[in-house]
Design a protein around this ligand. Structure first.
Ligand SMILES: Cc1cc2nc3c(=O)[nH]c(=O)nc-3n(C[C@H](O)[C@H](O)[C@H](O)COP(=O)(O)OP(=O)(O)OC[C@H]3O[C@@H](n4cnc5c(N)ncnc54)[C@H](O)[C@@H]3O)c2cc1C
Length: 381
């Protein structure tokens, strides 16, 4: 059987696209095959992101914050947001929500298989697994089969371990999300902690580093224990959940399409929607999949063109990453300077690719010119 669409990889991007297709009266009857090597039944990650107003996945938002806190040794501030909200979604809630919704549709088939190849053949694309070959007019891929080559010369790893902790007595203010606390040793590279309380007794505490290599398991544990004791002043707590992750922050060029962009469209991290300078992906996946739906509805090729503004943001990201990679400035210094000198709404608009050119200039003008100029010119090539 030939499908209309194959969704290769059903994580954040694959399921975001599937949900949007099924919510659309014009597209929801398409024959779709969803392939993933995993069952998507584990709470393997927590997504945080910011947006204005209600998003498509509002009903599964675990918690949201109107105030964000930034801390560094010489600057500490709580920012009240006017338009943006910082939101959290649990991986398992997202997987269950989309998969259960999709199960109501007879035209959607799920299969658990390891994909070994995806190729363009004439006017369709083919997905190969150990036991079968599937065909579709379009394959939307979020597996790592087409990742560019990444190494220490062009990439950093954003790696982190997070613990959801529960205390016996009320200690947290659930209205304030601690976005970045840089008061930690920077010996390995840009290093910060974030603390996202979902109630007075429960919070996600995550130790995050942007470095070349990951640490030993015990190092994450030791730093988390030390931070909870010394910075949060908590002695008595229970660990309800742990998560570990590695996100590529890379200058390598991720391609949005494969084989001339005809029948294989890359989504999510595979399509370059993980922001090179911060690792945030969720909100960019939502914009991309929304654009794909618009094109599919118009009967157009579903590979949205890279706009001039997107190219500008890619250049900013690459420049910032290059500055950190080449050790011209420390990540801590860059983020502290921005948060010290600019309003939170401007910073979030800039980091979320939603700023005006004037806001871009505002953010960039508070940073030292030379390192950014040198790296920026290098990244223009
Ligand atoms: C622990 C963790 C926390 C994160 N937190 C945030 C956050 O707070 N905010 C944010 O914006 N981003 C965050 N990210 C980054 C990013 O949002 C996630 O990695 C996101 O899941 C990327 O979406 P994706 O669809 O590209 O990849 P994934 O969600 O990883 O989906 C890819 C899917 O492809 C499947 N797959 C891969 N290879 C094959 C194969 N050969 N055959 C079949 N299936 C295959 C995988 O099983 C997976 O289901 C986090 C990442 C991690 C790991």
């Amino acid at each position: 059987m030939k499908y209309d669409y194959i969704i290769a990889g059903s994580g954040c991007a694959g399921l975001s696209l599937l949900y949007r297709i099924l919510k659309d009266p014009q597209l929801c009857k398409k024959q779709i095959l969803v392939i993933d090597k995993e069952q998507k039944n584990k709470n393997d990650r927590t997504w945080c992101f910011w947006e204005k107003g209600n998003g498509l996945f509002e009903s599964i938002v675990t918690h949201q914050w109107e105030t964000l806190e930034f801390l560094s040794n010489d600057f500490q501030h709580k920012f009240d947001m006017t338009n943006y909200r910082y939101k959290m979604i649990q991986g398992i809630d997202f997987y269950n929500y989309v998969i259960n919704f999709a199960k109501q549709f007879e035209n959607i088939t799920f299969t658990s298989e390891n994909i070994t190849g995806i190729t363009s053949v004439d006017d369709f694309a083919e997905v190969t697994t150990k036991n079968a070959t599937y065909q579709a007019a379009y394959v939307f891929n979020s597996t790592n089969l087409f990742y560019p080559k990444m190494d220490t010369a062009n990439s950093l790893l954003q790696h982190f371990e997070g613990w959801v902790i529960k205390t016996k007595t009320p200690v947290f203010d659930a209205t304030v999300g601690r976005l970045m606390d840089f008061r930690l040793s920077q010996e390995h590279g840009a290093t910060f902690m974030y603390v996202l309380p979902t109630s007075e007794t429960e919070a996600l505490v995550e130790y995050t580093l942007f470095t070349e290599k990951i640490l030993k398991k015990e190092q994450y544990k030791k730093t988390l224990e030390g931070y909870i004791k010394d910075y949060l002043s908590i002695d008595n707590y229970e660990i309800l959940h742990t998560e570990f992750g590695i996100i590529p922050m890379s200058l390598a060029k991720f391609s949005r399409s494969v084989s001339n962009g005809k029948h294989i469209i890359n989504l999510g991290t595979a399509g370059g929607f993980t922001k090179a300078s911060s690792g945030y992906t969720f909100q960019f996946v939502q914009k991309h999949t929304e654009n794909i739906i618009e094109l599919l509805k118009k009967g157009k090729h579903p590979n949205p063109k890279v706009t001039f503004r997107e190219k500008m943001y890619q250049w900013y990201d690459r420049t910032l990453l290059e500055v950190i990679l080449s050790e011209k400035l420390e990540g801590k210094e860059i983020f502290t300077t921005i948060f010290k000198n600019r309003k939170i709404e401007t910073i979030l608009a800039f980091l979320g690719n939603e700023s005006s050119i004037l806001e871009d200039i505002k953010v960039m003008s508070c940073l030292p010119i030379m390192p950014f100029l040198v790296s920026g010119l290098k990244q223009l090539k």
